[in-house]
Ligand binder design. Sequence first.
Ligand code: GLC
Ligand code: GLC
Length: 631
Amino acid sequence: MRSTFNNDADSDPGAWRTFEARLTREWERLFRLLFQLYGHEYDFFFQLEQVLVLAARAWFARPQSLRDLDERREADPEWFQSQRMVGAVLYVDLFAGSLSGLRERLPYLKQLGITYLHLMPIFDTPSDANDGGYAINSYRTINPALGTMRELAELAKILRQEGISLVLDFVCNHTSDEHEWARRACVGEREYQDFYLLFPDRTLPDQYDATLRPIFPALRRGSFTWDEGMRRWIWTTFNSFQWDLNYRNPEVFRAMAAEMLFLANAGVEVLRLDAVAFIWKQLGTSCENRPEAHLIIQAYNALARIAAPALCFKSEAIVHPDEVVRYIGTGESQLSYNPLLMALCWEALATREVRLLAHALRTRWKIADGCAWVNYLRCHDDIGWTFDDQDARQVGIDPYGHRRFLNAFYTGEFPGSFARGVPFQVHPETGDGRVSGTLAALAGFEHAMQAQDAQQIDMAIRRILLLHSIILSIGGIPLIYIGDEVATCNDYSYVNSPTKADDSRWVHRISFDWNKRTRWEDPQQPEGIVYHELVRLIHLRKQLPALAGGDMTVVDTGSSHLLGYIRQHRGQRLLVVVNFSETPQDFSANRLRLYGMGYQFQDLNSGMEVNAGATLLLAPYQFMWLEARAE
Ligand code: GLC
Ligand code: GLC
């Protein structure tokens, strides 16, 4: 292979040696993975060589500053375990208009303490419906309304200088129907028709549909879309304009690998693997979480280790908790969303009971060494109740009825509910559904503000802070959905937009209202309390070594309303206690001494001194970060 790169290798022998060393290290693994996936192809060795050539090209094109980063990350592969890590996710257009606007808004993110910034899809998309950017026309062209590729690379560099890692999506399951590959398929180019999954009649689509889970059941039936021009059914798991890629075709693997390494070379440090559970199809199965999907991600991981080692993956697998963890590993995705913690925090808030949450944390928290959860409370998608049915039964909960209750609660239908969410994709036959809504709307802030009820506003603020206190202290990277830190409420105007009206997720994809600055900057205003308290908590987190890493032990609090866990790291030990109810709750002195390992404590959150001589009383929705004081 060296001969292909003689020029590069001669002019930069050091770079060649580095490449060779990394290739040697990863070679066996990469070969094995690709052989399992594509070894039966008649031109397998040709394909393999093409993949290696691609990796070498990407490496020689990699800017020096990123090669330096590669070395730093190789020396410290667990860099993201630091308690200094705090994530944020935002839409560039809704937050700052454009990439250059975002640069001007960096001081806001710095003040919040952000070190990991996920920009929602910013690539060229169809101009009408585009699933919030998840229908991509080109992985190499920024949506012209937002900026250019050069601006993105520039931004990545500035962020890095500021200690912020850039995170973008790798929308690897599908392209838009306007992507060049799709267009070429449409005009009859066989090579590109093989990039997708096309069927001349309903025979196979019907067979597949029989076992597929409809993702948007309220929009349409089945996972296939008829194309009149090609006279073919196209596999479209999500919207009709999002065409699933055919990963059985090694050319697709290679083409997408090239896009991945291109993004890495633009300065992206973490790629969020969008809808990763769906990338491999197998007749007679749900076509989710197939073993081959894992092999593909592992092969991409190996390629990244060779050509762009600083790159990490974050899996977006919003699936059953048993499956979520299978994507996590240093050889696959180092980071993963934690949809279970997200869903169960809301579950505990609705029920005021932590039984299910504590049980799930006890049995399902631990993940592979060297990897981290990304803990979030809200994202741009709906909330689905993805807990395990058996877990629920074990703590005396009927899973089916409970999901119904949670939907009713969070859409505000349940009597006395504080939440103001909106139903998402209710299945016309089963009645199953999910929920949309901003964090503030779901936590009761919207309702309380409308009612101008001071006591309810106070309760809602406490809920918002409680939820954030958990992601900030439990272990892993906390991820804040920008807007939540200033208690932004739902925006119902999406119903007036023909391309958004049938997708209620737009109710919580809000445009950031900089005119409200006076409200969140004022610590007397409800939004100001939320903002100032959150900034304080974030900065507190960053100072506490105990909050690094992901080791966490749930403790038995003796109360069904109190969640308790221990965080211990680098010589510091914290006992966290959280009251999920709106009434005061006791935590016994014995337990405090036992789990806190001391007698005299300080709650690092409030600064309050706590003595284990008496029962500890937690106020409504209060949380404590307790550290034993040397006596
Ligand atoms: C992911 C995204 C979601 C999108 C889907 C299809 O799940 O989070 O917003 O609709 O993939 O790309
Ligand atoms: C499903 C998918 C998830 C996607 C979501 C969009 O839950 O599993 O990937 O984000 O639908 O609504």
